[in-house]
Write a protein that binds this ligand. Sequence first.
Ligand code: SAM
Length: 486
Amino acid sequence: MVLNTEHYLLIGDCTKATPYLTTLPPIDLIITSPPYFNAPFDYEELFSNYETFLEMIDEITRILFSRLKNGGIAAINIDDMLVKGIKYPIISDTIKIFLQNGYKFSGRIIWRKPEGYIRISRRSGVLLQNPYPMYFYPDNLLENILIFQKGSIKESEKDVVLLQQDIWEMTNVLPKKGRLETNIAAFPEELPKRLMEAFSIEGSLICDPFLGSGTTMKIARDFQRNSIGVEILPELEHIIRKKTGFSDEKLDRYFDKSELKIGIISPSEMKEEKTIGNQKTPISCLTSALNDQMSPKTEYQYHLIILDCRKATDEILNEKLSEVLHKLHPGRILLVYYDYVNNFQSTLQLNQLMDFVMNHGIRLRDKITVQHQAEDQWEIGTNFQSRVLFNHRYFEVLIFQKGKFDYKTKSKDEKIGCTIDKTQYQNEKWFLSIWDFKTELKEVYDQEVTKRLVELFLYNNEILLSNLEKVICPKRIFNYQRFNLE
Ligand SMILES: C[S@@+](CC[C@H](N)C(=O)[O-])C[C@H]1O[C@@H](n2cnc3c(N)ncnc32)[C@H](O)[C@@H]1O
């Protein structure tokens, strides 16, 4: 049976859309991808500064909270962004904003793109030219899909029908000539399709406040969901109509044109939004990281610190870490192993960790996602509304750096003594932001990951501090100090 679905397109600024949204039915599922903060190529200089970007996310997050049904899900496709040499911790700041506005953080899916995707400069080539420690910059193939939930649903409403991994391999929209999405950072149809399958049913109302070319609306229509889309650029209306099939009789398989209801959010209708509660716009911890707060009294002892925080709590962080973080050598690396599923249970959220580290003047440089085969079924909380049960198959290594490394400090001999094998680097694909391990044995992938990282970031005769039981790296001679983080 073909359902009669309804689709609403609002042309205007979604942060001013309340007057329209309140006239529409409540929302079951939000699927969206906001414009990434000043992303090179796509959104260069769009926002005057990072705080303005966060304010926009904060505003729309609050508006949609009031329109989302109890138990409803928000799935946000977003990623950290490297702009002019600074990595902006967008994932962690987005999590913070959603939590402050009343949502629960329920899960995190990784979207893995094909290797051919890397279109921005191949950063990983730096190491090929300088095969020594500290020159490692991985090529990023990943984006995140953060899953939040408003409130909870009854146990009886849970309806699990599918099993999936929480790393989704999906091809990005290819830059073909003449494609509809030219100059729009569109996501592939597969993304809203999988999310709708997991978190909605036929007849649900799906909302995308940053509609772009209309991908979410098209998939909603194809799969018998209703939809609301908001797009600020009026010139995209014809693209949205074309993509969704509302302007093309031949594509218009199920409905006639009149079913697309258009509203224009004009400046005269923009009303001041009421603040819900007394939340303030969150300010990112980035500022303190960029200011490099180094204490003059500190002795810098450690050239590399590796913290396995996969079981850490926020109390442990506060109690134990301040001291050691102050002892990281300027210019050097802190590696944090983080697993959001384990950390859910132990209450350490990514945004707490990120704030904590960055408030010590240590900024985010990169991250590696480690994909393994250990099965861990993901069903966060008892109230998580999903038709899918996820197998959790990854953890992350967050790569932080304290200020800038002075590449001249190392003599030629010191460098030559620590040469990294380029063939191995290329064959084993160390240069990617995702490292694959075909094993389910934690000891095996943990050890290999640590070995690689020590090789990539530590020179001979330097000092490594870690809470890991054992650190083996046959290619480095180092002084290992261990401390207990429990
Ligand atoms: C990353 S794109 C979304 C692409 C979309 N997922 C697709 O598949 O085509 C973000 C879109 O949000 C729009 N946008 C930016 N700020 C907005 C705002 N305040 N309100 C509504 N739309 C906005 C941009 O014009 C852009 O089209």
